[in-house]
Design a protein around this ligand. Structure first.
Ligand SMILES: Cc1cc2nc3c(=O)[nH]c(=O)nc-3n(C[C@H](O)[C@H](O)[C@H](O)COP(=O)(O)OP(=O)(O)OC[C@H]3O[C@@H](n4cnc5c(N)ncnc54)[C@H](O)[C@@H]3O)c2cc1C
Length: 608
C-alpha cells in the first residue's frame, strides 16, 4: 500500500440515524435527478417492472440546471470523433481511460440527438441549424448551448417534462425530498438497497429502507466540501460518501477543477457563488490586478484564455503577491447591449448582486467547480460492488483523467446513463442481480453536527484547495481527524438530521480527497502541489483507488496507466492560437466588438 505520510484514516460503515420505520421495494433505485439520474430512470422505465427515482429536494435542484456553457458533441462534418477524443485526452493529462473516452465521444452524438428528440431546444442560427461553438481546449466547434448561457436549465426542463409525461405510469415512482443516507448490503457485500430520510406524508415519512436488485448513484458532485464553489447546496458528496462507507472503490478524488473566474462576494461569503463563464473571456474580457495590470499576458500563449488550471494558478499567485483575496475581470469594453444579449443570465445575476459588468470591474477569485474523480466504474457504469452503479459527476468513468475538458460532463452523464440502463435491462432480464437480504451494518456510526460544516470547508479550502503541499494536507487531515474523533461521541447522543448527515458526508469525502492528494507528489491537471511543482510521469502515471477496508480504514491502491496513454499528446495544455483566431474561416459575421474570439453559425461562443 502506498504511503500518504498521513495517519490512518478510519471511515465508519454508516451514518448515525434512526432505524428504518418503513420499507419499500423496487427493481432499481436511481438516486438523483440531474442529467444522469433522469436519463437513467427515463430509459429504464418500461424495460424493468419498477423504477424508484429519489431526489434530495426537488427535481431540478442540482448542478445540471446551473450549467451555463453547453454540452460537447461531434455534430458537424468539419469535426470528427478522433479530434474530440484527442482534445479530451490532452485535457486529462495522460490519465484518461482511452476506451471510456472513445465510448463518450462515439456514442455522444446519438445521445444528444435523442435528447433533442425528447424536447431539449438548443440555440440555432438563422438557417435553423444548431449553433455550435468552441471552448478552451476544444479544437473544433462542438458545443451546443441553449438560451445563450442557460443550457443546463433547458436540459433539466426537457428531462423533467419527459418525466412528467409518464409520472402516472405504475412502473416508475418518484419521491422528492428523499435524502439517501447509506447503501444496504447483503452478507456477500452486494448492494441491495438504500436507507433514506423522506420528508413526506403518511407511510413514507422519516427514515425508511428501500430494497432493490440494483442501485444507481447519480448524486452529483462534492463542491460544498470547500468554502466557496459554483455547485449548488445539494452537492455534498453524499453518493461518494455512501459508496465509500459501503466499501466501493473511489478513484481520482485528488483531481478537483477550480474555476478561475467566480464572482468574489466578500470575505465572509461561502457556499454557492456565481460563475462568470469562460465565454466572457472568450468574447474579449480580461483579467487585471489591483493596479490594473493584465497579468495573464506573457504567462501563456492564450493569455486570459489559457486552460482553467493555468489561469486559476496565475490568479492565486497574483493574489499572494499583492496580498489580496481577489483580482478583477474587465468586461466594460464589450458594452451593455452585447453583454445583455450574449450573457443574459450572468449579467442579470451580477446586477442583482450589485455589480454592473458594463460599467465596473468584476471582482473574481477561483472557486471549486467540478470533481473529476468519484465512484470508480467500468464502461457499463458498474461500480466495484455487485449491484451498485454510479453515473454523472459522482462517478469516475475514466473520461476526465486529471482534468475535465469543458462541457464533457453533461455529455458523460447522458452517455453513461444510457449504458447503465441498457446493462441493467439485460442483466435483470437474464435473472442476474437477484433480490437479497440486507445485513445490519457493523461498527460505530458517525455524526458530525451541522455547526461544524464551516470548519470542514475552511480546512479543505486552506489545505486541500487550489494549491496543496505535504504540510497543508497534513494540517487539513489533523483538523478533520479531530472532528471525526468527536463525531463518534456525538453519534452516541444523537441520531442526526439532513444537515448533520450532509456535514458527515463532507467530512468523509474531504478526508478521502485529502488522503489521495497527499499520495500524489506531483502537479498534474487539477491537482497542484507547491512542493512538487512538476508533472512526474515516471512515478505518478497511475490512478489512486481508495476504499474502506473491512477493518474500517481507508486503503489506497495504485493502478498504473499504460505509458502509451501519453503518445501523440502535446501535454503543455495549450491550444494553438489560430483555433481562437477571430478571422477563422468559419467565424460568424455577427456584429461584435473588436478583440473578441469567434465562434460558429450565429455567433455565441460558450463555456462550461
Ligand atoms: C455553475 C455550473 C456551470 C456548469 N457548466 C457546465 C457546462 O456548461 N457544461 C457541462 O458539461 N458541465 C457544466 N457543469 C458541470 C455539470 O453541470 C455537472 O457536472 C452535471 O450537471 C452533473 O450532473 P449529475 O446528474 O451527475 O448531477 P446533478 O445535476 O448535480 O444532480 C445530482 C442530483 O442528486 C441529488 N442528490 C444529491 N445527494 C442526494 C442524496 N443523498 N439523496 C438523494 N438525492 C441526492 C441532487 O438533489 C440532484 O438531484 C457546470 C456546473 C456548475 C455548478
Amino acid at each position: 500500500m502506498p504511503q500518504s505520510g498521513l495517519p490512518d484514516v478510519s471511515i465508519p460503515r454508516r451514518l448515525s440515524a434512526p432505524a428504518p420505520g418503513w420499507t419499500t421495494t423496487a427493481d432499481v433505485i436511481v438516486v438523483g435527478s440531474g442529467i444522469a439520474g433522469l436519463t437513467t430512470a427515463l430509459r429504464l422505465r418500461r424495460r424493468v417492472d419498477r423504477v424508484l427515482l429519489v431526489t434530495k429536494t426537488v427535481l431540478d435542484e442540482g448542478s445540471t440546471a446551473w450549467a451555463q456553457g453547453g454540452i460537447a458533441a461531434v455534430m458537424s462534418p468539419e469535426d470528427s470523433p478522433a479530434e474530440h477524443i484527442h482534445d479530451t485526452l490532452v485535457a486529462g493529462v495522460g490519465l484518461c481511460d482511452v476506451d471510456a473516452v472513445r465510448t463518450l465521444v462515439t456514442e455522444g452524438t446519438d445521445a444528444v440527438w435523442d435528447l433533442i428528440a425528447l424536447g431539449a431546444d438548443f440555440d440555432r442560427g438563422d438557417t435553423g441549424k444548431i449553433s455550435l461553438t468552441r471552448e478552451g481546449g476544444h479544437h473544433r466547434d462542438r458545443i451546443l448551448h441553449a438560451g445563450g448561457d442557460a443550457t443546463g436549465r433547458e436540459i433539466s426542463r426537457a428531462l423533467i417534462a419527459a418525466l412528467d409525461r409518464v409520472r402516472d405510469d405504475p412502473g416508475i415512482e418518484v419521491i422528492e425530498h428523499a435524502l439517501v443516507l447509506d447503501l444496504l448490503t447483503d452478507a456477500e457485500q452486494r448492494v441491495c438497497g438504500v436507507t433514506l430520510h423522506v420528508i413526506g406524508e403518511g407511510q413514507v415519512d422519516g427514515v425508511g429502507a428501500a430494497h432493490a436488485r440494483a442501485v444507481v448513484l447519480a448524486t452529483g458532485g462534492l463542491g460544498q466540501v470547500y468554502a466557496s464553489t459554483t455547485n449548488p447546496s445539494v452537492a455534498t458528496g453524499d453518493g461518494m460518501a455512501a459508496a465509500l462507507r459501503a466499501g466501493a472503490v473511489l478513484s481520482d478524488l485528488e483531481f478537483v477543477q477550480f474555476h478561475p473566474t467566480v464572482l468574489w462576494l466578500g470575505e465572509g461569503s461561502r457556499g454557492q457563488q456565481p460563475l462568470i463563464s469562460e465565454a466572457v473571456r472568450g468574447e474579449g474580457a480580461f483579467l487585471v490586478d489591483e493596479a490594473g495590470e493584465r497579468f495573464m499576458l506573457g504567462q501563456h500563449p492564450l493569455a486570459d484564455l489559457a486552460p482553467r488550471d493555468v489561469v486559476a494558478r496565475a490568479i492565486i499567485a497574483r493574489m499572494r503577491e499583492t496580498g489580496t483575496d481577489h483580482v478583477y475581470l474587465d468586461c466594460r469594453h464589450l458594452g451593455a447591449d452585447f453583454l445583455e444579449h450574449r450573457f443574459p443570465s450572468i449579467v442579470s445575476r451580477c446586477r442583482e448582486l450589485g455589480f454592473d459588468p458594463a460599467t465596473e470591474l468584476l471582482p473574481v477569485a477561483p472557486a471549486q467547480h467540478y470533481a473529476s474523480g468519484g465512484v470508480r466504474t467500468d464502461l457499463h457504469g458498474r461500480a466495484s460492488l455487485e449491484g451498485l452503479y454510479a453515473c454523472g459527476e459522482t462517478s469516475c468513468t475514466g473520461v476526465h483523467g486529471a482534468n475535465r475538458l469543458a462541457s464533457n460532463s453533461l455529455l458523460e452523464g447522458l452517455v453513461f446513463a444510457r449504458r447503465i440502463a441498457d446493462d441493467l435491462t439485460s442483466r435483470l432480464g437474464a435473472g442476474e442481480l437477484p433480490e437479497t437480504t440486507p445485513v445490519t451494518a457493523d461498527g460505530a456510526p458517525e455524526l458530525v453536527r451541522s455547526k461544524r460544516r464551516l470548519d470542514i470547508q475552511r480546512s479543505m479550502t486552506a489545505g486541500a484547495g487550489t494549491v496543496r503541499s505535504a504540510t497543508s494536507l497534513a494540517a487539513t487531515e489533523q483538523a478533520l481527524g479531530d472532528l471525526a474523533a468527536r463525531a463518534v461521541t456525538e453519534a452516541a447522543d444523537r441520531q442526526g438530521g439532513p444537515q448533520s448527515w450532509e456535514t458527515t458526508n463532507l467530512l468523509h469525502v474531504g478526508r478521502a480527497l485529502t488522503y489521495a492528494a497527499a499520495l500524489r507528489e506531483e502537479t498534474r491537471g487539477g491537482h497542484v502541489r507547491e512542493d512538487f511543482p512538476g508533472r512526474d510521469d515516471d512515478h505518478f502515471l497511475h490512478h489512486v483507488h481508495l476504499r474502506r477496508s473491512d477493518a474500517g480504514l481507508l486503503t489506497a491502491e495504485v493502478v498504473p496507466v499504460p505509458r502509451s496513454n501519453l503518445e501523440g499528446l502535446d501535454l503543455d495544455g495549450s491550444v494553438p492560437l489560430d483555433v481562437l483566431d477571430e478571422d477563422r474561416a468559419d467565424g460568424a459575421g455577427s456584429a461584435k466588438p473588436a478583440g473578441r474570439h469567434t465562434n460558429s453559425e450565429n455567433g455565441p461562443e460558450e463555456t462550461a
